[in-house]
Design a protein around this ligand. Structure first.
Ligand code: HAM
Length: 421
């Protein structure tokens, strides 16, 4: 019986070269922005105690419907991380750093059991930052500006910043009451799902995408109209900071985001180059109560995560950030058995020249075909003649510039010149 053939699971993908190189290059651009702004890299585990993520919001789809959670061999409830903020805050509480604000950046895969479609996957990648230990609105500005500069660095121009304040514990009781009264008065008109959500968290009803809820949501009371003087002042300072940096934003009073931990400043980046449903290329905000809910001291925090897969789709749509060239500098064609190519490739790679080579003792024609497909600038041919005279034939593959024999001892110098190094 034939062995079964497997495919990557639904909602997951193999990212092969050159897409994978582009993905890495994007992370490198992000890492550089983080380095310039004084953020340290954090690598936290991909799975955590389920409890870490329950704090993200027990009335959100991310937690109730989409979590990859399971019991491990020790009988513990474990979850593959659906996002990194809770993990980073868990790490902050665990290690208790004293130099505040503590600024960390990350990259890596996240897991959500969503309905797969273009730009929405079950394993997807994020880059992001988190800052813990400061209330300063200038931190909010720094955080938002870092994402903004990153998009610019990639060459993206069709990104808009949606900004809101979700208030804090001091603003919320009055707002929640106003919101709940409003929705209760019209609950008969709400979808069944939203009526259920209303019992858990009236704020989440604002996040409903169901068509029957939209006209009711459109007239609902707004958080920004219920901010305390202190929070309103904080929000004004954030806006003023963004203006000082010439970062344009759109106030979106109905922006609630899909996670429960947010307080005060919240934001989302939308790509106008992408279809509406999957156009969020990043988002974030303050979560001033999360550290405490994970067993730490009360510590304000703010951060964002940007979706790498979606950003690359947006870059395609805008025709920017093509990714790095990954072709070898030279391709070695060895007609003497293969060991000459092994030794030469090793020597060239040690000298910083990217060298690929043929295998399996194939004919000149077959190896030249592979050399051509590799898009290497130069082919280096070693036949019996070259071996006897201690030389290598260098053939330029970029045009019709012919070929010359170069003594083995002069080869690296010659290649360096020809490659314009
Ligand atoms: P989020 O809005 O859930 O926030 O995700 C951030 C970004 O990840 C989204 O804007 C989107 O680009 C990408 N994304 C989310 N789900 C998927 C998916 N299924 N497939 C592809 N891309 C996806 C967070 O995760 C928060 N932890 C952000 C944050 C950090 N808030 C404070 N600090």
């Amino acid at each position: 019986m034939a062995s079964p053939k497997f495919q990557a699971l639904r909602g997951t993908r193999d990212i092969l070269t050159p897409d994978s190189e582009r993905h890495r290059a994007l992370v490198d651009v992000f890492a550089e922005q983080c380095r310039l702004a004084g953020y340290g890299h954090i690598m936290s585990p991909i799975f955590e105690d389920l409890g870490v993520f329950l704090r993200v919001g027990e009335s959100t789809d991310v937690v109730t419907k989409e979590m990859y959670d399971f019991e491990d061999k020790d009988g513990r409830r474990i979850a593959l991380r659906p996002e990194l903020t809770a993990s980073v805050v868990r790490a902050f509480v665990q290690h208790n750093p004293t130099n505040l604000p503590w600024k960390a950046w990350y990259e890596g895969p996240q897991f959500r059991h969503e309905k797969p479609q273009a730009g929405r996957y079950r394993q997807f990648s994020q880059v992001g930052i988190e800052v813990l230990g400061s209330n300063d609105p200038q931190v909010d500005v720094e955080v938002i500006a870092l994402a903004w500069r990153f998009y610019q660095e990639l060459g993206m121009q069709e990104v808009s910043l949606l900004l809101n304040s979700l208030g804090d514990d001091a603003c919320r009781p009055a707002y929640f009451e106003a919101l709940e009264t409003y929705f209760r008065d019209r609950s008969g008109e709400l979808s069944e799902a939203s009526q259920e959500t209303l019992d858990k968290n009236p704020l989440r009803v604002l996040d409903s995408k169901r068509s029957e809820d939209q006209s009711i949501i459109a007239e609902a009371p707004l958080m920004v109209d219920h901010l305390t003087a202190e929070t309103a002042e904080h929000f004004a300072a954030v806006r003023s900071g963004l203006e000082a940096l010439a970062i344009s934003y759109v106030i979106s009073p109905r922006l609630v985001r899909g996670l429960d931990y947010y307080t005060r400043t919240t934001f989302e980046f939308a790509s106008t180059a992408l279809e509406n449903a999957q156009n969020a290329v990043g988002g974030g905000g303050r979560y001033d109560g999360l550290a405490e809910s994970l067993g730490g001291k009360p510590t304000p925090g703010i951060g964002f995560a940007l979706g790498v897969d979606r950003i690359l789709l947006a870059c395609d749509a805008e025709g920017v950030f093509p990714g790095p060239v990954t072709t070898p500098d030279v391709f070695i064609v060895d007609l003497t058995g293969g060991q000459q190519a092994t030794v030469l490739a090793d020597e060239l790679r040690n000298a910083g020249i990217a060298a690929d080579r043929g295998f399996d003792g194939r004919s000149l024609k077959a190896q030249m075909k592979v050399a051509d497909r590799s898009s290497a600038a130069l082919a280096l041919i070693i036949g019996e003649d070259e071996l006897a005279s201690g030389a290598v034939t260098v053939r330029d593959m970029r045009g019709d510039s012919g070929q010359t024999q170069v003594p083995r001892t002069d080869l690296i110098g010659e290649l360096t010149t020809r490659l314009g190094r």
